[in-house]
Design a protein around this ligand. Structure first.
Ligand code: GLV
Ligand code: MG
Length: 308
């Protein structure tokens, strides 16, 4: 069961230090944007980036999109002040904090406790602000299962390929593409499947990371399609030119969506005429059962979230 199923097909990275990019992001058709206080901001720019993030959230204009701020990781001197300034300054306008380089359940619980204190002290609804945990190291991946169920605030596990590649000494400089010289299939299959299974075991979403070849939209589409096929809910985007492809890839096709709704209708109809009995039933020449209904529920939920 997914507790808070916010649409997250496309998640746009917006450097908190760039007012120009924040203003531009307001007009972009993404499901989520995150104002980045971490790696997109040089250390001297971080205090101003926090102020920009607070102002951007309070000024609004984000029209139903999921509003997220990526704080600095908990090994830095900046993280606690990121949380305090952003949540005290704009907590009512914030949907989630994104915790990068997450490596243990304790880190998420620390953030959960701090959020609760700030919410209580500032008259905010306790527990409304969610957390996304970014897995981008060997240690983070090993802790994926405990991370996924570390807090009721946790809404998604997010893959961070660049930091992850560095953490395992992968011999590649091209984020999102296969490492040169590797010829035994998909070098990312293990990590993506591992992260997806951990997320699903806790009923939360799984988001794929960025594709850095901004101009290669075909390459982006290929990589995004394979994580969407696996079951991922969405992917980061770094540039306006990446948004349409990602929104399209992570929404089911109209045909699959209609098929899923037909399966649900057929199952519902058979269940009602047969007095609530559930088992295998026919939809045209296709046999469907409880497992088909669950698969159809997933596709239908993604299609409805995408407005199909
Ligand atoms: C994103 O944060 C990444 O490391 O890929
Ligand atoms: Mg990273």
């Amino acid at each position: 069961m997914v507790q808070r199923l916010r649409p997250r097909r496309s998640c746009l990275a917006v450097p908190g230090s760039s007012q120009k990019m924040i203003d531009k992001a307001r007009g972009l058709p993404v499901d989520e944007f995150f104002l980045d206080l971490e790696d997109a901001c040089a250390p001297p720019a971080k205090p101003q980036a926090r102020r920009n993030a607070v102002a951007a959230l309070n000024e609004g204009g984000w029209d139903g999109r999921t509003r997220v701020v990526r704080i600095n990781d908990l090994g830095t001197e900046w993280a606690y002040r990121d949380v305090i300034e952003v949540v005290e300054g704009a907590g009512a306008q914030l949907d989630c904090l994104l915790l990068p380089k997450a490596e243990s359940a304790e880190q998420v619980r620390w953030l959960d406790v701090l959020l609760t204190q700030i919410e209580q002290a500032n008259g905010l609804e306790v527990g409304r602000i969610g957390i996304e945990a970014q897995i981008e190291s060997a240690r983070g991946l090993v802790a994926a299962d405990e991370l996924a169920c570390s807090s009721p605030r946790l809404e998604a596990l997010v893959f961070g390929p660049a930091d992850f590649m560095a953490s395992i000494n992968m011999r590649s400089l091209v984020v999102g593409e296969q490492p040169p010289g590797y010829d035994r299939g998909d070098a990312y299959h293990y990590v993506l499947m591992r992260l997806l299974v951990a997320a699903r075991s806790a009923g939360i979403q799984a988001i794929d990371g960025p594709y850095l070849q901004i101009r290669d939209v075909d390459g982006l589409r290929r990589v995004a399609s394979s994580s969407a096929a696996l079951g991922f809910d969405g992917k980061w985007v770094l540039h306006p030119g990446q948004i349409d492809a990602v929104n399209e890839v992570f929404a089911p096709s109209q045909a699959d969506y209609s098929h899923a709704e037909n399966i649900l209708d057929a199952y519902e109809w058979h269940t009602s005429v047969e007095g609530g009995a559930r088992g295998a039933v026919m939809l045209g020449s296709e046999m469907i059962d409880e497992a088909s209904r669950k698969m159809a529920l997933v596709i239908a939920a993604k299609g409805r979230a995408a407005g199909l």
